[in-house]
Design a protein around this ligand. Structure first.
Ligand code: AMP
Length: 216
Protein backbone atom coordinates (compact mmCIF):
# COMPACT_ATOMS: atom_id res chain seq x y z
CA UNK A 1 0.00 0.00 0.00
CA UNK A 2 1.72 3.12 -1.20
CA UNK A 3 0.42 6.56 -2.08
CA UNK A 4 2.53 8.39 -4.62
CA UNK A 5 2.55 11.83 -6.22
CA UNK A 6 4.28 12.28 -9.59
CA UNK A 7 5.51 15.85 -9.69
CA UNK A 8 7.11 17.53 -12.67
CA UNK A 9 6.62 19.90 -15.58
CA UNK A 10 4.50 18.99 -18.60
CA UNK A 11 6.42 16.53 -20.76
CA UNK A 12 8.58 15.23 -17.89
CA UNK A 13 7.10 11.74 -18.22
CA UNK A 14 4.62 11.71 -15.32
CA UNK A 15 1.96 9.78 -17.24
CA UNK A 16 4.43 7.59 -19.10
CA UNK A 17 6.11 6.42 -15.89
CA UNK A 18 2.96 6.29 -13.76
CA UNK A 19 1.17 3.97 -16.19
CA UNK A 20 4.17 1.61 -16.23
CA UNK A 21 4.76 1.76 -12.49
CA UNK A 22 1.14 1.27 -11.41
CA UNK A 23 0.70 -2.34 -12.63
CA UNK A 24 3.99 -3.32 -10.94
CA UNK A 25 2.63 -1.99 -7.66
CA UNK A 26 -0.96 -3.18 -8.16
CA UNK A 27 -2.41 0.30 -7.74
CA UNK A 28 -4.25 2.66 -10.13
CA UNK A 29 -2.85 5.74 -11.84
CA UNK A 30 -5.08 8.73 -11.26
CA UNK A 31 -4.49 11.50 -13.78
CA UNK A 32 -6.41 14.72 -13.24
CA UNK A 33 -5.62 15.68 -16.86
CA UNK A 34 -7.42 12.51 -18.01
CA UNK A 35 -10.29 12.95 -15.54
CA UNK A 36 -10.77 16.51 -16.79
CA UNK A 37 -10.52 15.46 -20.45
CA UNK A 38 -13.23 12.88 -19.75
CA UNK A 39 -15.46 15.66 -18.34
CA UNK A 40 -15.06 18.02 -21.34
CA UNK A 41 -18.58 17.18 -22.55
CA UNK A 42 -20.18 17.57 -19.13
CA UNK A 43 -23.12 20.00 -19.44
CA UNK A 44 -22.19 21.87 -16.25
CA UNK A 45 -18.40 22.07 -16.13
CA UNK A 46 -17.36 20.96 -19.64
CA UNK A 47 -17.16 24.42 -21.15
CA UNK A 48 -14.99 25.77 -18.33
CA UNK A 49 -12.66 22.78 -18.57
CA UNK A 50 -12.26 23.17 -22.34
CA UNK A 51 -11.48 26.85 -22.01
CA UNK A 52 -8.65 26.35 -19.51
CA UNK A 53 -7.24 23.12 -20.89
CA UNK A 54 -7.03 24.30 -24.49
CA UNK A 55 -5.14 27.46 -23.60
CA UNK A 56 -2.70 25.65 -21.32
CA UNK A 57 -4.02 27.29 -18.13
CA UNK A 58 -4.85 25.44 -14.93
CA UNK A 59 -8.48 24.49 -14.41
CA UNK A 60 -9.75 26.24 -11.22
CA UNK A 61 -8.78 24.47 -7.99
CA UNK A 62 -12.40 23.90 -6.81
CA UNK A 63 -13.28 21.88 -9.92
CA UNK A 64 -10.10 19.77 -9.90
CA UNK A 65 -10.20 19.10 -6.16
CA UNK A 66 -13.83 17.99 -6.35
CA UNK A 67 -13.16 15.62 -9.27
CA UNK A 68 -10.08 14.16 -7.56
CA UNK A 69 -11.85 13.71 -4.23
CA UNK A 70 -14.63 11.74 -5.90
CA UNK A 71 -12.12 9.54 -7.72
CA UNK A 72 -10.20 8.79 -4.51
CA UNK A 73 -13.40 7.52 -2.92
CA UNK A 74 -13.61 4.67 -5.42
CA UNK A 75 -12.69 1.22 -4.16
CA UNK A 76 -9.60 0.69 -6.30
CA UNK A 77 -7.90 3.70 -4.69
CA UNK A 78 -8.25 2.33 -1.18
CA UNK A 79 -4.98 0.39 -1.38
CA UNK A 80 -2.85 3.16 -2.76
CA UNK A 81 -2.50 5.11 -6.01
CA UNK A 82 -0.21 7.19 -8.17
CA UNK A 83 -1.36 10.76 -8.70
CA UNK A 84 -0.32 12.04 -12.11
CA UNK A 85 -0.68 15.80 -12.47
CA UNK A 86 -2.10 16.56 -9.04
CA UNK A 87 -1.41 18.65 -7.03
CA UNK A 88 -0.38 21.51 -9.29
CA UNK A 89 -0.88 24.39 -6.82
CA UNK A 90 -0.19 24.90 -3.15
CA UNK A 91 -3.96 25.13 -2.51
CA UNK A 92 -4.39 21.70 -4.11
CA UNK A 93 -1.54 20.25 -2.00
CA UNK A 94 -3.18 21.55 1.16
CA UNK A 95 -6.62 20.26 0.10
CA UNK A 96 -5.10 16.83 -0.56
CA UNK A 97 -3.79 16.72 3.02
CA UNK A 98 -7.36 17.00 4.30
CA UNK A 99 -8.41 14.04 2.09
CA UNK A 100 -5.55 11.54 2.52
CA UNK A 101 -1.87 11.11 3.42
CA UNK A 102 0.93 10.76 0.87
CA UNK A 103 3.98 8.49 1.31
CA UNK A 104 6.28 9.76 -1.39
CA UNK A 105 6.61 12.46 -4.03
CA UNK A 106 8.56 11.53 -7.16
CA UNK A 107 9.95 14.73 -8.61
CA UNK A 108 10.90 14.48 -12.29
CA UNK A 109 13.70 16.87 -13.14
CA UNK A 110 14.01 17.41 -16.90
CA UNK A 111 15.65 20.30 -18.81
CA UNK A 112 13.30 22.63 -20.66
CA UNK A 113 14.62 21.91 -24.17
CA UNK A 114 13.81 18.21 -23.71
CA UNK A 115 10.30 19.06 -22.46
CA UNK A 116 9.54 21.19 -25.51
CA UNK A 117 10.83 18.57 -27.97
CA UNK A 118 8.89 15.81 -26.22
CA UNK A 119 5.59 17.66 -26.00
CA UNK A 120 5.71 18.73 -29.64
CA UNK A 121 6.20 15.11 -30.75
CA UNK A 122 3.72 13.57 -28.32
CA UNK A 123 0.73 11.63 -29.60
CA UNK A 124 -1.99 10.00 -27.53
CA UNK A 125 -4.53 7.24 -28.17
CA UNK A 126 -8.11 8.54 -28.44
CA UNK A 127 -9.45 5.28 -27.08
CA UNK A 128 -7.17 4.08 -24.24
CA UNK A 129 -5.06 7.18 -23.52
CA UNK A 130 -1.69 5.45 -24.15
CA UNK A 131 1.11 7.92 -24.82
CA UNK A 132 3.55 7.77 -27.76
CA UNK A 133 6.31 10.00 -29.04
CA UNK A 134 7.20 10.35 -32.72
CA UNK A 135 10.87 10.85 -31.81
CA UNK A 136 11.60 7.83 -29.66
CA UNK A 137 8.47 6.03 -28.52
CA UNK A 138 6.85 5.38 -31.88
CA UNK A 139 3.82 3.21 -32.48
CA UNK A 140 4.46 0.10 -34.62
CA UNK A 141 2.01 1.36 -37.26
CA UNK A 142 1.80 5.11 -37.96
CA UNK A 143 -1.15 6.78 -36.24
CA UNK A 144 -2.43 3.57 -34.60
CA UNK A 145 -2.20 2.52 -30.94
CA UNK A 146 -0.12 -0.66 -30.36
CA UNK A 147 -2.24 -1.61 -27.38
CA UNK A 148 -5.84 -1.20 -28.57
CA UNK A 149 -5.77 -0.21 -32.26
CA UNK A 150 -7.25 3.21 -31.43
CA UNK A 151 -6.45 6.34 -33.41
CA UNK A 152 -3.54 8.53 -32.25
CA UNK A 153 -3.99 12.30 -32.07
CA UNK A 154 -2.14 15.43 -30.98
CA UNK A 155 -3.67 17.18 -27.99
CA UNK A 156 -4.58 20.83 -28.63
CA UNK A 157 -2.46 21.81 -25.64
CA UNK A 158 0.59 20.07 -27.16
CA UNK A 159 0.73 22.78 -29.84
CA UNK A 160 3.48 25.47 -29.57
CA UNK A 161 1.54 28.38 -28.01
CA UNK A 162 -0.11 26.21 -25.37
CA UNK A 163 3.18 24.44 -24.57
CA UNK A 164 4.82 27.80 -23.84
CA UNK A 165 1.94 28.77 -21.57
CA UNK A 166 1.92 25.43 -19.74
CA UNK A 167 5.63 25.74 -18.97
CA UNK A 168 5.13 29.30 -17.72
CA UNK A 169 2.23 28.18 -15.51
CA UNK A 170 4.32 25.27 -14.22
CA UNK A 171 7.12 27.61 -13.10
CA UNK A 172 4.72 30.04 -11.48
CA UNK A 173 2.24 27.72 -9.76
CA UNK A 174 3.61 24.17 -9.54
CA UNK A 175 7.39 24.44 -9.13
CA UNK A 176 7.02 25.89 -5.58
CA UNK A 177 5.68 22.45 -4.58
CA UNK A 178 9.20 21.05 -4.97
CA UNK A 179 10.40 22.97 -1.91
CA UNK A 180 7.14 22.30 -0.11
CA UNK A 181 7.57 18.51 -0.34
CA UNK A 182 11.36 18.64 0.07
CA UNK A 183 10.81 20.25 3.45
CA UNK A 184 8.42 17.48 4.40
CA UNK A 185 11.22 14.97 3.67
CA UNK A 186 9.15 12.74 1.38
CA UNK A 187 10.68 13.57 -1.99
CA UNK A 188 12.68 11.44 -4.43
CA UNK A 189 14.18 13.21 -7.46
CA UNK A 190 14.71 11.42 -10.77
CA UNK A 191 16.79 13.32 -13.30
CA UNK A 192 16.60 12.92 -17.08
CA UNK A 193 19.37 14.41 -19.19
CA UNK A 194 18.73 12.77 -22.59
CA UNK A 195 15.56 12.83 -24.65
CA UNK A 196 15.69 9.13 -25.49
CA UNK A 197 16.08 7.53 -22.06
CA UNK A 198 13.83 4.45 -22.25
CA UNK A 199 10.88 4.77 -19.84
CA UNK A 200 11.63 1.29 -18.46
CA UNK A 201 15.06 2.49 -17.31
CA UNK A 202 13.56 5.40 -15.35
CA UNK A 203 10.79 3.19 -13.94
CA UNK A 204 13.45 0.74 -12.72
CA UNK A 205 15.28 3.64 -11.01
CA UNK A 206 12.05 4.69 -9.31
CA UNK A 207 11.38 1.10 -8.15
CA UNK A 208 14.91 0.93 -6.67
CA UNK A 209 14.41 4.15 -4.74
CA UNK A 210 11.01 3.04 -3.44
CA UNK A 211 12.64 -0.20 -2.21
CA UNK A 212 15.52 1.69 -0.56
CA UNK A 213 12.96 3.71 1.36
CA UNK A 214 11.06 0.55 2.34
CA UNK A 215 7.94 1.86 0.67
CA UNK A 216 7.37 -1.31 -1.37
P1 AMP B 1 -2.00 16.90 -18.13
O1 AMP B 1 -2.72 15.82 -18.86
O2 AMP B 1 -1.60 16.51 -16.75
O3 AMP B 1 -0.88 17.51 -18.92
O4 AMP B 1 -3.08 18.09 -17.94
C1 AMP B 1 -3.63 18.75 -19.05
C2 AMP B 1 -4.36 19.99 -18.62
O5 AMP B 1 -5.42 19.65 -17.71
C3 AMP B 1 -3.54 21.01 -17.85
O6 AMP B 1 -2.80 21.86 -18.71
C4 AMP B 1 -4.63 21.77 -17.10
O7 AMP B 1 -5.36 22.61 -17.96
C5 AMP B 1 -5.56 20.62 -16.71
N1 AMP B 1 -5.16 20.03 -15.40
C6 AMP B 1 -4.72 18.77 -15.17
N2 AMP B 1 -4.45 18.58 -13.87
C7 AMP B 1 -4.73 19.76 -13.26
C8 AMP B 1 -4.63 20.21 -11.92
N3 AMP B 1 -4.19 19.41 -10.93
N4 AMP B 1 -5.01 21.48 -11.67
C9 AMP B 1 -5.46 22.32 -12.63
N5 AMP B 1 -5.55 21.96 -13.92
C10 AMP B 1 -5.19 20.68 -14.23
Amino acid sequence: MVKIIMLGPPGAGKGTYATRLAPKLGIPTISTGELLRAARDDPEIGETIRKYQDSGELVPDEIVIQILKKRLEQDDAKNGFILDGFPRTLAQAKALETITNIDVVINLDVPEEILIKRLSARRQCKKCGAIYNLLYLKPKVDGICDKCGGELYQRDDDKPEAIKERLRVYHEKTAPLIDYYKEKGIMITITTDRIDVPPEEQVEKIMQKLKEKNLI
